[in-house]
Design a protein around this ligand. Structure first.
Ligand SMILES: [Zn+2]
Length: 103
């Protein structure tokens, strides 16, 4: 399988439901968009904030696979994300809430 994996790039993660309120992403829970900041390849990933933590792990994995392997079919991405997210979840990986910095 050929790979079009881009070199690590800036990754911007959004915990926002803004793209999912209306328009073509209305029924989506995740979204990935590649873009360039000058010569630097970047990806932006949105994950709907009102889904379960396990679903967020799956969705983040799913969108990351889209970024890494854009030639894969949607079903291949779904199958890969389901497996990877399940292995990570069963291994105990969970989101750690970051502490707020006092000003
Ligand atoms: Zn997808």
């Amino acid at each position: 399988m050929s790979t079009t994996l881009v070199n690590p790039y800036n990754i911007i993660l959004f915990n926002s439901k803004i793209p999912f309120i209306r328009g073509k992403y209305k029924n989506c829970i995740g979204l990935m968009e590649p873009f360039k900041d000058g010569e630097v390849e970047c990806i932006a990933i949105w994950v709907h904030p009102e889904i379960s933590e396990k679903n967020k792990l799956n969705t983040t994995t799913h969108e990351s696979i889209h970024a890494a392997y854009p030639e894969l079919t949607e079903q291949q991405v779904i199958d890969g994300a389901d497996l990877i997210a399940e292995v990570l979840w069963k291994s105990g990986y969970r989101k750690v809430k970051s502490k707020k910095v006092k000003k």
